[in-house]
Design a protein around this ligand. Structure first.
Ligand SMILES: *Cc1c(COP(=O)(O)O)cnc(C)c1O
Ligand SMILES: [Zn+2]
Length: 416
């Protein structure tokens, strides 16, 4: 890995050589999350606008030279073409939603189309590649749902076993995915914090490869590919703002890292302002206002971001602070209304946490944080089919009709 200089602790700034199994800073312990330090001079040999233009790998592996994997080359590291197809998700120019919100330029990055239907596939793909590279046969994580189902699916495809910890309240769609992908599922009778602690103890005891995003520094390096794609899809002139929903903080940290890499490589001129959006029912980052986080209850329908004790606070807060962005909370009612709006106005069906960023953009415009002449990209992080119960809560019941044209006519529901 001669394109990696080493690791850098986000808390104490200590530097470490690139030992592939190093997870967190040995001095700081579990909270000492590491950054991966790239040698951009070496990266440049395999990575440029011209190379990307000629690269026909329409998956996130087109960015392998910017990942902490062993043998990245222009076409991606060896064996990566066997993976499920992760990434290169569509970036839609909004046709109606932007106008409704009073914005001239809005893009929607639909990461719900990934193989297991969320952005988490980007992180799981890198974790599975790393576990294979290091010779593990089992990989494990705890998750509010999507990290789990994406790990189970991507590991199944590549022939790795999985041990997966989810809180009991994880929605059925996500649990069904786990079981279908053949994971060893441990449903924990407790909240996400307790689920995380149990997974940590089990990983230590049995020595599985650790895919916990708040621990393993390579996972943000998978998630950052969403930012690399947004930039490339906009011809390296990204929007003024990028909005993302936040739970543990790894996704938003990854979004920042992706733009940061491109800035270091001279491929973009500035990092977009990053809007971090949470639900008012669980918004430790919004409450912290850039300061220390206080544990909060997890009272939101947006289960993927119901994280009372975020595991990646440093990377998340850095993303917002260094980009000149803002933190913002929206209510669960806003989230449900945005599920309907995004679906009806653009044909994009997001789960509650998936549309939270879009709800945040609406709020940011109302409060003057985003001005109508600014351009915005909103990331839809997961598919609405994962959580049909909440989708129906947002959308209501369909009209029930007797099976006759007369009854249909009488109802007045259909007009020419
Ligand atoms: C995990 C997840 C998020 C938030 O990512 P974090 O890294 O936990 O901040 C947002 N939306 C969806 C759909 C997710 O699955
Ligand atoms: Zn440290």
């Amino acid at each position: 890995m001669n394109h990696i200089l080493g690791y850098h602790c986000t808390l104490c700034n200590a530097e470490f050589p690139p030992l592939p199994e190093l997870m967190t800073c040995p001095h700081c312990g579990e909270t000492g999350i590491l950054d991966i330090v790239y040698d951009y001079g070496v990266v440049k040999k395999h990575f440029s606008r011209e190379r990307l233009t000629g690269n026909r790998d329409n998956s996130m592996w087109r960015y392998a030279p910017l990942m902490p994997l062993r043998s990245p080359s222009a076409g991606g590291a060896e064996g990566l073409s066997d993976f499920l197809r992760i990434g290169w998700s569509p970036l839609y120019k909004s046709l109606r939603l932007g106008e409704r919100l009073g914005l001239r330029t809005l893009y929607i990055k639909d990461d719900g189309i990934n193989p297991t239907a969320s952005l988490k596939d980007r992180a799981s793909g890198v974790a599975v590649a790393k576990a294979l590279e290091l010779g593990y046969d089992t990989i494990s994580c705890s998750s509010t749902g999507n990290a789990a189902s994406s790990l189970a699916g991507n590991a199944a495809r590549m022939g790795l076993k999985t041990v997966i910890f989810v809180p009991q309240r994880a929605p059925q769609g996500k649990v069904a995915q786990l079981l279908i992908f053949g994971a060893n599922v441990i449903s924990v009778a407790g909240d996400y914090r307790q689920t995380f602690e149990l997974s940590k103890a089990a990983i230590e005891k049995w020595g599985f490869y650790n895919r916990n995003a708040g621990i393993n520094p390579i996972l943000t390096e998978g998630k950052k590919t969403v930012a690399l794609e947004i930039a490339e899809q906009l011809h390296f002139a990204p929007t003024d703002w990028v909005a993302v929903s936040v739970g543990d903080g790894c996704t938003i940290g990854g979004v920042y890292n992706g733009f940061y890499d491109l800035l270091q490589l001279g491929m973009i001129e500035r990092i977009p302002k990053i809007l971090g959006v949470q639900s008012t029912g669980c918004c430790p980052f919004v409450d912290a206002k850039g300061g220390p986080l206080v544990p909060t209850p997890e009272n939101t329908i947006a289960d993927s971001i119901a994280v009372g004790v975020p595991r990646n606070p440093v990377k998340a807060q850095r993303a917002v602070a260094n980009s000149g962005g803002t933190w913002l909370a929206v209510t669960d009612e806003d989230i449900l209304a945005t599920m309907r709006l995004l679906g009806a106005a653009e044909g994009v069906f997001g789960e509650p946490a998936g549309v939270t960023a879009a709800a945040g953009v609406a709020r940011a415009i109302e409060t003057g944080i985003i001005r109508s002449n600014e351009s915005v990209t909103v990331i839809s992080t997961g598919s609405g089919l994962k959580d049909v119960a909440n989708a129906l809560r947002a959308a209501g019941e369909p009209f029930l009709c007797e099976p006759s044209l007369e009854a249909l006519e009488r109802s007045g529901r259909v007009q020419s």
